[in-house]
Design a protein around this ligand. Structure first.
Ligand SMILES: Nc1nc2c(c(=O)[nH]1)N[C@H]1C(S)=C(S)[C@@H](COP(=O)(O)O)O[C@H]1N2
Ligand SMILES: [Mo]
Length: 392
């Protein structure tokens, strides 16, 4: 801005050329002395956070609606790895956001002490939106990290809270972007003097973010699996080279799964109910598919599955072409004991009732005697220890 240019009205009083101090005579002089409480840093981190939160919101919605399909939307069963990618972006991106958010909060926290705390109704509304944004962002990242670490320390159901908070955060984010757009634009378009310290701070935050991404992305991107030292799960580590979230013992299905009288029944809106023993299933045409399990927690692992096509078994029972199908597990409790298979998915020739994985009969922990495996579908919906297929 040249000396004779228009006077720029600043939204908040500043402590110097571009500082974010409280600029109030009553606060202790020199309390926020770091040159890093700075508009320019806040602006760049804000841009990065705006991008990462938008990406998390979009990929989070994909995951939510895949797991809770609405009548009007049909998720395709292809490409096979689509969900693996969107959920990988969600979880790895979320983890990589943690240092950026911490850096941003540290940069702007002097504003908490701005004085007077409320200057007008508009100012109050703006601060309320910022409060919702900060509180909601911290909540999303903390619960997200605890959840993928399998530490259910919170008294509420994670997915519901995470889902609804996302709308609050995203709404507050839009308000904040509208509010800060001009100032951010101006800030990043001007050339700073004396930028070394700021640049180092931003590079450190970006470096920490990149390091987290590099050491976790291997949990879903197999070529980098060896780098995934920070990931709670790694592809290839577990029985039959596949991770296990919930064991058969934990699920309480060991005896039922080993019962020689086990049958897979197909029932509901069918022309004839069928009950298939293991031998019956083995006598049907066996198909192979290389498909990933793509867990909502961001890890995924590919495997070679072998078994019968779900659509072949449904045809055997004479299920209608528009059937909605639910598979049910021997597990007697919990929300993952059943899952719905939409027409696009059960008609897909890659959707199998798997009896084998990686060349061996399924291990008990991988769903013996029979599990569902389908393309482009969250891991929680790849139900293990099946005993019933219900057509509705
Ligand atoms: N019956 C049943 N099937 C289940 C689950 C479960 O808890 N019960 N967990 C699911 C989850 S969360 C994932 S990611 C995949 C792979 O889990 P695994 O590693 O426990 O085999 O199986 C799914 N199938
Ligand atoms: Mo999962």
């Amino acid at each position: 801005m040249g000396g004779g240019g228009p006077v720029v009205r600043r939204a908040a009083p500043l402590n110097g050329p571009s500082r974010l101090g409280p600029a109030d005579p009553r606060t202790v002089a020199g309390r926020f002395t770091s040159p890093l409480h700075d508009e320019r840093i806040a602006a760049w981190l804000g841009i990065a956070l705006g991008i990462s939160f938008t990406s998390a919101f979009a990929t989070g919605l994909v995951s939510h609606f895949m797991q809770h399909p609405q009548g009007w939307m049909a998720w395709p069963s292809r490409p096979v790895n689509l969900y693996r990618v969107t959920q990988g972006v969600h979880v790895i991106g979320g983890l990589a956001t943690v240092p950026l958010l911490l850096a941003k909060l540290w940069t702007v926290y002097p504003r908490l002490w701005q004085w007077p705390p409320i200057r007008s109704a508009a100012h109050a509304a703006r601060r309320a939106a910022v409060f919702a944004l900060v509180a909601g962002s911290v909540f999303q990242l903390v619960t997200g990290v605890l959840n993928i670490a399998y530490w259910y320390a919170f008294p509420f159901f994670f997915t519901t809270a995470h889902y609804w908070t996302a709308y609050i955060v995203f709404g507050a984010l839009l308000i904040h972007i509208a509010d800060e757009w001009d100032r951010t634009r101006r800030t990043v378009m001007t050339r700073p003097r004396d930028a070394v310290g700021r640049r180092r701070f931003l590079l450190t935050a970006a470096g920490a973010s990149g390091l987290i991404a590099a050491t976790t992305v291997g949990q879903t991107f197999t070529p980098l699996a060896r780098l995934a030292v920070l990931a709670p799960r790694r592809p290839g580590v577990g029985p039959q080279r596949l991770p296990v979230n919930k064991s058969a013992a934990y699920a309480g299905v060991v005896a039922a799964a080993r019962d020689p009288g086990w049958r897979l029944t197909v029932t509901g809106r069918v022309r004839r109910e069928v009950a298939l023993s293991m031998d019956d299933l083995r006598a049907l045409p066996q198909r192979s598919a290389r498909l990933p399990i793509a867990c909502v927690e961001g890890w995924s692992a590919e495997a070679d599955w072998r078994g019968v096509r779900l659509r072949d078994v449904l045809a055997l029972a004479g299920a209608p072409a528009d059937a909605r199908v639910r598979v049910e597990s021997l597990e007697t409790w919990g929300i993952y004991r059943t899952s719905d298979v939409a027409p696009d998915h059960w008609r897909d020739p890659l959707t199998l009732l798997a009896l084998e994985v990686n060349g061996e009969p399924l291990a008990l922990d991988h769903g013996y005697p029979c599990r569902l495996i389908a393309p482009n579908r969250p891991g929680v919906m790849q139900t293990k220890w099946l005993y019933r297929v219900v057509v509705t």
